[in-house]
Design a binder for this molecule. Structure first.
Ligand code: HMG
Ligand code: MG
Length: 298
């Protein structure tokens, strides 16, 4: 059985853009975020407060958050790797933040320049200050089925890191297949292992579509009882520190799937499609979303 409702976490303005060489200015990022909100997307990861030397595309996040016209029912979240990022996110009035760990040591080193344990130590002060300020913190685990440097990742490894983040106070744990290698079988096993330690309703899935398995993996996750799905408009995305990683599953394709299953998202597909074309035009390439291209060809 499927859930009646699924929450879409739109990561396009962050994950979607962070790997794009062509710099998108703050005005266009804001226009994208506002179009997504107007399409009914209620949770938008709108930027990240990381080192601009590491991820130049995200250097305008402060401006984006400051100048954004906000809808009261929409969460505008920011990715923050450490206290410096958290403070910048708060100064720019992010609605909530996300910390990001990994189930693979090598990826942790490449992505945030520290070990898994060190990353958890860096997250602790964020949790403490966020709690005192009543700011919700989401937690990511990367490389939940495979790592670009270590290959297959054992489900137990994922479960252990996810549980640590959850026990630190993250209200939701997003399970990231960073390089999109998961299949229905490996994803099901991984979710099962994590759900032994964390209630299913506290989990989200975050699939990159490198091997074209993301929609199938989402379907599997829904059948396992997951009710929160991360996706990126136009199928944008990729992590600069995960070699070979391609875009996130396209939000348009996820909404089409969920519409077909009669699952509520609150999102208007036509408005979503037009937001996808808006940013794709800015990037000078068509959306990766098959649904988007099919609608245009009609
Ligand atoms: P570091 O070099 O170890 O940091 O980088 P440091 O504390 O030693 O500081 C070095 C310099 O960075 C200093 O500046 C700091 O001020 C600056 P300098 O004195 O040299 O001029 N710095 C910062 N600047 C701005 N904002 C900050 C910040 N922190 C330090 N928050 C750091 C550590 C984490 C900063 C770095 O490794 C980094 O920024 N990494 C980028 C990571 C990233 O954004 N990756 C992509 C997102 S994760 C992802 O995509 C996966 C996900 O989608 C899930 C999935 O798909 O699996 C979430
Ligand atoms: Mg990602």
């Amino acid at each position: 059985t499927f859930p009646k409702q699924v929450k879409i976490v739109e990561v396009g303005p962050r994950d979607g853009l962070q790997n794009e060489k062509k710099l998108i200015n703050a005005k266009d990022k804001i226009a994208l975020i506002e179009q997504l909100a107007n399409a009914g997307v209620s949770y938008i990861e709108s930027g990240s407060f990381v080192s601009p030397k590491w991820v130049p595309q995200m250097a305008t996040s402060t401006e984006v958050f400051e100048k954004l016209n906000r809808l009261s029912n929409v969460t505008y979240a920011a990715l923050t790797p450490n206290m410096q990022g958290f403070e910048a996110a708060m100064a720019a009035n992010a609605s909530e933040v996300a910390i990001f760990g990994a189930a693979s040591e090598s990826f942790s080193q490449k992505n945030i320049n520290c070990s898994i344990d060190e990353s958890l130590e860096r997250f602790q002060p964020i949790m403490t200050v966020a709690k005192a300020a009543n700011i919700k913190v989401r937690g990511y685990v990367s490389c939940v089925v495979g790592c670009p440097y270590e290959g297959d990742i054992a489900p137990d490894k994922v479960a252990i890191v996810a549980e640590k983040l959850f026990k630190m106070g993250c209200y939701e744990i997003s399970l990231g297949d960073t390089i999109g290698v998961g299949t229905a079988a490996s994803v099901e096993k991984m979710i099962h292992a994590v759900s032994q330690r964390i209630p299913l309703e506290k989990l989200a899935v975050h699939f990159h579509d490198t091997y074209g398995q993301a929609l199938t993996n989402i379907y599997t996750a829904l059948q396992s009882g997951i009710m929160v799905v991360d996706s990126a408009i136009a199928g944008l995305g990729g992590c600069p520190y995960a070699k070979g990683a391609s875009g996130n599953v396209a939000t348009e394709d996820v909404v089409y799937l969920l519409n077909g299953l009669g699952i509520e998202t609150g999102i208007n597909l036509e408005k979503l499609l037009s937001a996808g074309w808006f940013i794709s035009d800015k990037l000078e390439k068509p959306p990766v979303s098959k649904v988007s291209n099919a609608y245009r060809a009609k």
